[in-house]
Write a protein that binds this ligand. Structure first.
Ligand code: GTP
Ligand code: GTP
Length: 440
């Protein structure tokens, strides 16, 4: 199911990053345990009473030139309107209402999306009165919060969760594989789309699917239905903010949420940079199947080891995604391109794969027998039972004596053993532990 996207918008210095960090707070700690995902986050997952959503702090998108600040704010607001499902509009109780706030409000009036007005820096009760002047912005009851002190964050999340639209069901059936191409500007995403659609035996459907303003491209090859998600977004060009990282990530988030399989496109000529990691990290966290597609392979100087070396480089950079296969292609010459769709089909099957409970339990017991969990303060983890509770991504629940005793490294070990037995190629696996109650 597609996770809704919430954007935080507001002029500089109102405390967007502070509040963003609060919202994704404890989740951050879990993710940061994993090597390879950087500290400098631009999105995170927030949760309120079982509703989870992706949050992006639009702050820091900056452009040069005259009226730089104003233009940057405008751009952030427009980006949020285009890409988010709900918008948190943040203002500053200490500074009071400013012209820039009104400016942002003007843009947000046009949004056909819920806007939640958060008044930050309400650090104490005395400040509570300062929120009233913001009623005049016309977004209903302002919510007083303090990012610095962690006050009112629950109220804010509740308001967000309440106003989030229920995501409509996708219009494609289970027999259609939904594919998103993501990657930095200029890696060749549009060229790849055209190259895939131009391949032999590919039949492009006349009727493009439409979900909101996204244009998808459905097609069939050898009897298998596919749809390339949000290919229209790639054609929107020429805007100043195209090149900023937050913009590309935010565009990608949407497509990723709707996809089954994500093609993480990398420029074979330039290699891997930090930005590639942010985008791939999002696909991983969203629980999607992924494939690294190294494009522009035609212009890479290569010998018989180049492919292996590049694969190793990908493994080193994306430590958290060792499951994702690597495919080398050229959109320009169509070299090796025919190898891509079969891999898409393969990982999509693995993403949806369900393993039988008794087989899973055999694998887990063998893993435990071979390498028993370490003891922690005299107590040892005991795994009673394992079962796969869902697919896309495969999610496995382990009933244990005490979930606190499950450590990251042991979880990794179990994951590796499960993969060795069942493969789950191209897909993340989620392992959850639950305390086995006495009557179970
Ligand atoms: N008193 C008070 N200060 C806060 C609060 N939240 C943030 N601040 C301070 O406000 C300043 C700006 O905070 P940031 O989170 O960087 O603001 P921002 O909106 O992300 O700024 P940009 O990245 O420039 O858009 C920092 O000095 C914070 O310490 C709060 O709740 N109360
Ligand atoms: N040599 C070579 N050039 C390529 C290949 N694929 C794309 N290009 C070139 O790379 C440039 C960028 O390609 P696009 O397909 O526009 O890249 P994009 O990722 O869609 O770019 P944005 O829309 O900016 O995100 C163009 O000049 C393409 O002709 C390839 O396989 N080999």
């Amino acid at each position: 199911m597609a996770r809704p996207i919430v954007a935080i918008v507001g002029r500089p210095n109102v405390g967007k990053s502070t509040v963003f960090n609060r919202i994704i707070g404890d989740r951050l700690a879990i993710v940061e345990d994993k090597p390879g995902i950087t500290r400098d986050r631009i999105y995170g997952v927030g949760e309120w009473m079982g509703t989870s959503f992706s949050v992006i702090d639009t702050g820091g998108i900056e452009i040069d030139g005259q009226d730089q600040m104003l233009r940057s704010i405008r751009m952030q607001a427009e980006l949020a309107i285009e890409e988010a499902d709900a918008i948190v509009f943040m203002v500053d109780a200490k500074a009071g209402m400013t012209g820039s706030d009104t400016e942002v409000a003007q843009i947000l009036y046009r949004a056909q999306k819920p806007v939640i007005l958060a008044v930050n820096k309400v650090d104490n009760l005395k400040r509570q009165d300062d929120i009233y002047e913001f009623y005049s912005l016309g977004f209903g009851d302002p919510i007083g919060i303090s990012g610095a002190h962690g006050i009112g964050i629950g109220d804010l999340l509740e308001a967000v969760a309440q106003k989030l639209p229920v995501k409509e069901d996708e219009e494609y059936g289970e027999d259609t594989i939904r594919v998103a191409l993501i990657g930095r500007p200029n890696v060749g995403k549009s060229s790849l789309v055209n190259a895939i659609l131009g391949e032999e035996r590919v039949i492009v459907s006349d009727q493009a699917g439409t979900t909101r303003d996204a244009i998808d491209t459905p097609f069939e090859k050898d009897g298998q239905k596919f749809v390339l998600i949000d290919t229209a977004g790639m054609r929107k060009r020429g805007k100043v903010y195209e090149t900023t990282e937050k913009y590309s990530v935010m565009r990608a988030m949407h497509a990723i949420e709707r996809a089954d399989v994500v093609l993480v496109v990398i420029n074979g000529e330039e290699g891997i940079i930090e930005q590639d990691k942010h985008i791939a990290g999002y696909a991983h966290e969203a629980g999607k199947a992924s494939i690294f597609v190294v494009n522009k392979w035609d212009i890479v100087d290569k010998d018989d080891k180049t492919m292996q070396q590049f694969t190793q480089k990908i493994r080193d950079h994306f430590l958290f995604m060792t499951y994702a296969p690597v495919v080398f292609v050229s959109a320009k010459t169509k070299q090796r391109l025919h190898k891509l769709l079969p891999v898409v089909v393969e990982v999509s099957e693995q993403h949806a794969m369900r393993v039988q409970t008794h087989l899973l339990n055999d694998v887990v017991s063998d893993a435990v027998a071979f390498n028993p969990p370490p003891t922690d303060k005299g107590k040892r983890l005991k795994i009673n039972y394992a079962t796969q509770v869902s697919v896309k991504p495969p999610t496995i629940l382990l009933f244990v004596n005490d979930p606190e005793l499950m450590h990251f490294s042991y979880e990794r070990y179990l994951e590796n053993r499960i993969r060795a037995a069942f493969r789950f190629e191209g897909t993340p696996i989620r392992l959850f532990t639950r305390k086995k109650s006495d009557d179970e």
